[in-house]
Structures are given as structure tokens and as C-alpha cells.
Design a protein around this ligand. Structure first.
Ligand code: SF4
Ligand code: SF4
Length: 194
């Protein structure tokens, strides 16, 4: 089995079919336009031939997400909550500057989420998040299906999730009695466990 396989971005594909001609295994020639990953040997001929750059090679197995120690995760969570708050405030102000601030905060928040591993579907962080949502009746079905499709590629350590009832800050891990919310400075008693 090859280490990578080809995927086609249908939105970019102009359907000139060059990939079908160069593919040595017929993997690119499918009725539903999705390249057959079982037949694909990852040679890259289709990606090189595609005039629309609609084909990319992706690895079959992703490396584990880089681990962060708890202090780094705490700092990232604090920064993320702060960016989300700033985005919410900016979204209520009707000016071009506020819109620019809102957008900038969203981009920074997404960078932090990516850095923390929540955007890798196979990361332990994502698995922990899915597990926390499996009892949500609105999305139970899709969450269950995602969990059956996506296997984590690193050890999942189930952590407690605590939410500040005052500002919404989320703390993961144990809740010590002397903990204070890094955002609104409320004591541990203001947090509820989910
Ligand atoms: S070569 Fe590229 S643009 Fe042409 S059919 Fe294949 S994916 Fe689509
Ligand atoms: S990478 Fe090679 S085998 Fe896979 S679809 Fe493209 S041309 Fe075919």
C-alpha cells in the first residue's frame, strides 16, 4: 500500500480528463469523480498532469499531533477565550474597523485551535471533543458516525471539562479548590463539569 493517495477537488476540476489518461491504475476514472484510494498507488502523475491543480496527494497515515504540556494548553485556552470574546464584542459594533478586528480575531482563534490539535480529525483532542458531544441529542447521530470513521492515531487521555458559569471559559483537566478563572477571576465554585 502506498504512503499517499490522490484526492480531487471537484470545485476546481474543469473536467478535461487529463488525469484519466495518465493514471496507470484507473484509480482516477470513477463514476462519482472521487479517486479510488484503494486502486491509487500515489504516483502523482494525475496531479502533475492536471491543468487546474485540482488534485493533491495526501498521506494515508498522519503523524501524531505534537503534544503540549498543560501550561501551554492553559495559555492557549485563555488566549482562545479572549479572542472569542473580542470577536463577539466587535461583531456588535457597526463599523469597518470593528469588522476588521472581528475577522482578525477569528483568524487568530483558528490558528490557536489548529495549534492545539483540534483541527486534526484524528488527534486525541478532537476525539475528546467528540466524546464530550456524544450525548448531545441534536448531533448524536453524526458524532457517533464520525467516531466510528475516524480512529485516533495517538493515545486519548480522557480529561475533565469545566466551564466557567460567569464568562464561559473552558478548563480541561482536574479542578483544584484554589483554581481561579484566568479570564474573570471567579473561584473554582463558579465552574460546572460537563
Ligand atoms: S486533470 Fe484535473 S481538471 Fe482535468 S479532469 Fe482531472 S482533476 Fe479535473
Ligand atoms: S496518484 Fe497515480 S495512481 Fe493515483 S490516481 Fe493519480 S495517477 Fe492514478
Amino acid at each position: 500500500m502506498s504512503k499517499s493517495y490522490a484526492v480531487r477537488n471537484i470545485a476546481l476540476c474543469t473536467k478535461d480528463c487529463l488525469c484519466l489518461y495518465v493514471c496507470p491504475t484507473g484509480a482516477a476514472d470513477t463514476e462519482n469523480s472521487i479517486i479510488d484510494m484503494e486502486k491509487c498507488i500515489g504516483c502523482g502523475a494525475c496531479a502533475n498532469a492536471c491543468p487546474s491543480r485540482a488534485i493533491s496527494l495526501v498521506p494515508r497515515e498522519f503523524p501524531p499531533q505534537q503534544r503540549h504540556d498543560d501550561e501551554v494548553l492553559l495559555a492557549m485556552n485563555t488566549l482562545l477565550s479572549s479572542k472569542a470574546n473580542q470577536e463577539n464584542i466587535a461583531s456588535t459594533i457597526d463599523s469597518k474597523l470593528a469588522k476588521a478586528i472581528e475577522k482578525s480575531n477569528r483568524i487568530m482563534a483558528e490558528d490557536i485551535i489548529r495549534e492545539a490539535g483540534y483541527m486534526l480529525p484524528q488527534s486525541a483532542n478532537t476525539r475528546t471533543f467528540l466524546e464530550s458531544q456524544v450525548d448531545n441529542p441534536d448531533i448524536k447521530e453524526i458524532v457517533t458516525e464520525l467516531m466510528s470513521l475516524i480512529q485516533p492515531n495517538e493515545k486519548v487521555v480522557t480529561k475533565e471539562i469545566w466551564t466557567c458559569s460567569i464568562c464561559g471559559y473552558i478548563h480541561t483537566g482536574e479542578m483544584s479548590p484554589d483554581f481561579t478563572c484566568p479570564l474573570c477571576k471567579q473561584p473554582a465554585s463558579a465552574f460546572t463539569k460537563s
